[in-house]
Ligand binder design. Structure first.
Ligand SMILES: *Cc1c(COP(=O)(O)O)cnc(C)c1O
Length: 398
């Protein structure tokens, strides 16, 4: 029997085919217009077809595409320097850290786990992370992901991973022993439902790490690069991590990931310990270079703070929304009981899509809103009006 699609079914059947995008707007193959309040899962933070990113890619494509990491090239060196400066902002880390580039978020976390293991030595290999976390889909990052139901079909997973309750310092402390080498956390759990870390919790985790010689790895793949209103989510808590992973928005749609570590930890990687054919290659790095330059020029964290506050106050007035959580433009709207008696959040998201608004049902009861950091107040008003119309339409489960 011939399947109706050549692609494997690991994602459900796609409801729509998009053909182009400009800023916050997407167009499908019928020419219909959509407001993109999802950004390909918090990736296109500068909006679609950003001219600076497009220009950087065009110039780089005509200059040098690839030589491998056996040789030096320019774009990734500048990206490394800028990333290091942004990560050390608002921390007391004075010595520059170092970076290794990868091609995705999961690969960045995978490399971070390897780096932590190499630095901590054998017998201190355990990674402690949070329940409901999301760290990627490779076997090790899946093992680090605190969602047991995602583990089941792929067992046995690599060993050395433990999970504690989110924001529960005592539970984390109770799982620490001499085998724990690193604690891996998101500053706001993204895929797990947009659940912010309590700043006191992150401060407490930092202290546990200091007291026991444990490395703190912050997974900034979704929250980082301005989205929460700071360059990196951990900066809200005033702590300094030992390792930071970044990806998603770093290339504004071009695949690239990065692992940053303080010098003392970074130096654990010796020639031959890790590698990637493409990691940090010139085309992806040229996109990242344009992204970071642009984000600094427009003060992306400030935009996220300002538009985020506007979006929160608009959403709080919408009938059908119980509460809003998150920070900057990494937000979730919890639907109220009346709506949930008719619809699940993914069903509401599906209706929104029909109405011309791209959002996602991040839990059965809440919608995730991650518009571009460049979104305008008018676009926010328009998007929220579309959402309100969907929530207050008579349609729904009979
Ligand atoms: C998306 C995500 C990842 C995985 O990134 P991929 O590029 O999909 O591999 C890891 N951690 C967090 C917090 C993410 O949001």
């Amino acid at each position: 029997m011939t399947p109706d699609r050549l692609l494997m079914s690991n994602y459900g059947p796609p409801p729509i085919k998009f053909v182009s995008g400009q800023g916050t707007v997407l167009f499908d193959d019928n020419g219909k217009e959509y407001l993109d309040f999802l950004c390909g899962l918090a990736v296109t933070s500068l909006g679609h077809s950003h001219p600076r990113v497009a220009e950087a890619l065009t110039v780089q494509a005509k200059t040098l595409l690839h030589v491998s990491n056996l040789f030096d090239t320019d774009p990734h060196i500048e990206v490394a320097k800028t990333l290091d400066e942004l990560i050390r902002k608002e921390t007391n880390i004075e010595i520059p850290g170092r970076i290794v580039f990868q091609n995705s978020g999961a690969e960045a976390n995978e490399a971070a786990i390897k780096l932590a293991r190499k630095h901590q030595g054998q017998g201190r290999h355990v990674i402690l992370s949070a329940l409901r976390s999301f760290h990627g889909r490779t076997l090790a990052t899946l093992a680090a992901t605190g969602q047991p139901e995602k583990h089941e079909p792929f067992k046995p997973l690599p060993e050395g991973f433990r999970h504690a309750t989110w924001n529960d310092l005592d539970h984390f402390a109770s799982l620490v022993d001499s085998s724990v080498g690193a604690i891996l956390l998101e500053p706001i759990q993204g895929e797990g439902g947009v659940n912010p870390a309590d700043p006191q919790f992150l401060k407490g985790i930092r202290k546990i790490c200091d007291d026991h010689g444990i490395l703190l790895i912050m997974d900034e793949i979704q929250a980082g690069l301005g989205r929460t209103g700071k360059w990196f989510g951990f900066q809200h808590a005033g702590i300094a991590p030992d390792i930071v992973t970044s990806a998603k928005a770093l290339g504004n749609g071009v695949p690239i990931g990065a692992v940053w570590a303080i010098e003392e930890v970074a130096s654990a990687f010796k020639p031959g310990d890790h590698g990637s054919t493409f990691g940090g290659q010139p085309l992806a790095a040229s996109a990242a270079q344009a992204v970071l330059k642009t984000m600094i020029e427009i003060d992306a964290p400030l935009l996220a703070t300002e538009r985020g506050q506007e979006l929160i106050s608009m959403l709080e007035k919408v009938r059908g929304i119980e509460s809003v959580r998150g920070s900057g433009l990494l937000l979730a709207a919890e639907l109220d009981a009346e709506i949930l008696s008719k619809w699940t959040a993914p069903e509401v998201a599906r209706e929104c899509l029909e109405a011309g608004l791209v959002v996602n049902g991040v839990t059965p009861t809440s919608l995730r809103l991650t518009p571009p950091l460049t979104v305008s107040t008018e676009e926010l008003t328009k998007g929220v009006a579309l959402l309100e119309k969907v929530l207050n339409s008579p349609k729904g489960k009979e």
